[in-house]
Write a protein that binds this ligand. Structure first.
Ligand code: HEM
Length: 393
């Protein structure tokens, strides 16, 4: 493989910050516990199919996978340096369950379980590449609710790695980082999770750690509304077919939430805790009636309710994950929250007005605090033989 970029490790590569996202889910301790060593078996050879039918999300295509893909159980967000050819090769091999080149644990690659690797470029990376940045690429405006920490913010290159199996995620993270090492440094790493893949019927809206049904009013992948909301249709040209990602780490005060009764919990959102239905309806998907009033003349969905404040003409596609860090300290207070991830074609026009309204008024702010914030341009997908970022780099 004379054009294998791994054989010319210095070519076209700049040393940059790398943001590593942690693997998710169910206590699985992600990457690590595997010995290093020279790969005896180079990838590329067809591998025997594993017993459980491999669930494969195609890597190549018009858009990157891991956006309109139904969310997998665990996910990892990473940001790295500019190693796009090597990383594309890794992702393209691992997605259908083939070992990466020089995979030291090829057995771990063979159960892809809908593995997706989604890349994102920060403002600095786009600037260094000499490309035109979309106007929204860079830190968000400051919001009064923000208590942002560097440890969860910014970054030049992001990897979101997700699969319905934590071992698959851990292995993919390790392979990608091994190839990035030496050219990039990890800036942060965040792990998120949802319910395990088989716990609920496909298409069930996720619950966050407050117990709320979270994600109901979301455009559905495959619809015209989704296409319009998410995929960039130009400006800058290299981003056509890509999108914008806002990743906010939002801490949730579960101890405080414990002191809130069910009625107040439901009022804070404007939806029921059991079904997720709006307080003016009976089914999750019923349209909320913001005009409805009680016998006393108060709005059924209060003025401060998250639903009322978030609802507007702007559309975003939320695809978040819960987080729950290992409990430290003898008191056993959890460090939990939401890795709020939203995809939209134009962050300034779509995300920012919503966040502004929530910043002004939203009862949910009582128990939630944004502690991390990062914005990335997600490039379009590529065809076989190409690489992610080729329209820019
Ligand atoms: C920890 C923080 C948050 C929690 C726990 C949370 C929870 C929820 C819940 C339970 C719903 C109702 C069900 C649904 O439609 O998904 C909702 C709706 C929504 N949230 Fe949040 N949310 C959070 C932060 C945010 C942020 C930061 C934004 C954007 C700036 C946002 C935007 C929205 C939007 C647009 C809706 C749908 C409104 C509608 O059209 O009905 N949320 N959220």
């Amino acid at each position: 493989m004379p054009d294998d970029p791994r054989r010319q490790p210095g070519r076209g590569l700049t040393r940059r910050h790398l943001l590593l996202g942690g693997a998710a889910a169910a206590g699985a301790g992600a990457a690590g516990a595997v010995g290093l060593g020279l790969a005896a078996e180079l990838a590329g050879r067809p591998q025997p199919a594993p017993d459980p039918a491999p669930a494969i999300v195609p890597f190549y295509g018009e858009h990157l996978a891991g956006i309109d893909t139904p969310p997998q159980a665990p996910a990892v967000f990473l940001a790295l340096g500019r190693l796009m050819r090597v990383l594309t090769d890794d992702a393209a091999r691992l997605s259908p369950g083939r070992p990466a080149l020089a995979d030291t644990e090829p057995e771990l690659a063979r159960i892809p379980r809908r593995l997706t690797v989604t890349f994102g470029f920060g403002a600095e990376l786009v600037a260094r590449a000499g490309g035109a940045a979309p106007s929204w690429l860079g830190p968000l405006p400051a919001f009064t609710v923000d208590r942002l920490q560097d440890a969860f913010s910014g970054g030049d290159l992001l990897l979101q790695i997700a699969a319905d199996d934590s071992v698959t995620v851990a292995h993919a993270v390790r392979m990608l980082l091994k190839d990035a090492r030496g050219f990039a440094t990890v800036r942060w790493s965040q792990r998120g999770f949802r319910r395990a893949a088989d716990s609920e019927a496909t298409g069930t809206t996720m619950r966050n750690l407050f117990g709320q049904v979270d994600g109901t009013a979301n455009p559905q992948p495959g619809t015209a509304e989704f296409e319009e909301t998410v995929w960039s249709s130009g400006a800058p040209d290299w981003l056509r077919g890509g999108t914008g990602l806002v990743l906010r780490r939002i801490a949730m005060d579960l101890e405080g939430w414990d002191r809130v009764d069910r009625t107040a919990r439901e009022a804070s959102i404007g939806r029921r805790m059991d079904t997720g239905a709006p307080l003016t309806g009976t089914l999750e998907r019923d349209a909320p009636d913001l005009e409805a009033t009680t016998a006393l003349g108060f709005p059924v969905i209060p003025a401060y309710a998250h639903l009322r404040r978030a609802k507007g003409p702007e559309r975003i596609f939320r695809r978040g994950y819960n987080y729950d860090e290992p409990v430290g300290g003898a008191e056993g207070i959890s460090d939990s929250g939401l890795l709020f991830a939203s995809f939209q074609a134009d962050i300034t026009r779509q995300f920012v007005p919503i966040q502004r309204r929530l910043d002004e008024l939203d009862l949910l702010n009582t128990w939630t605090t944004p502690v991390g914030s990062a914005v990335f341009a997600i490039p379009p997908g590529c065809a076989e033989g190409g690489y992610i970022g080729e329209t820019l780099l």
